[in-house]
Design a protein around this ligand. Sequence first.
Ligand code: CA2
Length: 156
Amino acid sequence: MTGRPILAVLGGPNLNLLGQREPALYGTATLTDLEALCTRVADELGYDIDFRQSNHEGDLVDFVHEIRDTASGLVVNAAAYTHTSIALHDALVTVAAPVIEVHLTNVHAREEFRHVSYVAPIAAAVVAGFGAAGYDFALRHLASLDTHREIHRVHP
Ligand code: CA2
């Protein structure tokens, strides 16, 4: 492999509004802040980040296809599509690397329709309710699951 291995982060609909609306629920960090956090953590762990967000279900499916054979791990916050998308579920099944489902909020303490997840059955772990810190935890866990990690690392 040339260059550093990649951890992918996928965000679903309305996450582009982070920091602009509903700060009491979703916090004050913007999507750009979240990307910066993920980039910093991944860099510390010896990875590059491929960070994407889309409001469109098919785009999310296409992104999963793009990274399914190349990423060393995937963090996915599919937002509302978590609770509805069989198409995204079917795409995530094909990802070779571990997938971690992340939610900023504790979806289990919210409306009942948010208790259902089509992502969770294929996820190695689920993180909910830790805000932006959940992305930090998820990336570190993905790195710990990466059996090629010692080969990737340039510095001990
Ligand atoms: O808690 C999470 O991370 C969610 O995935 C966020 C989704 C929601 O549909 C899920 O049930 C749980 C919502 C995405 C963010 O939507 C915003 C709406 C307005 C302002 C800021 C963000």
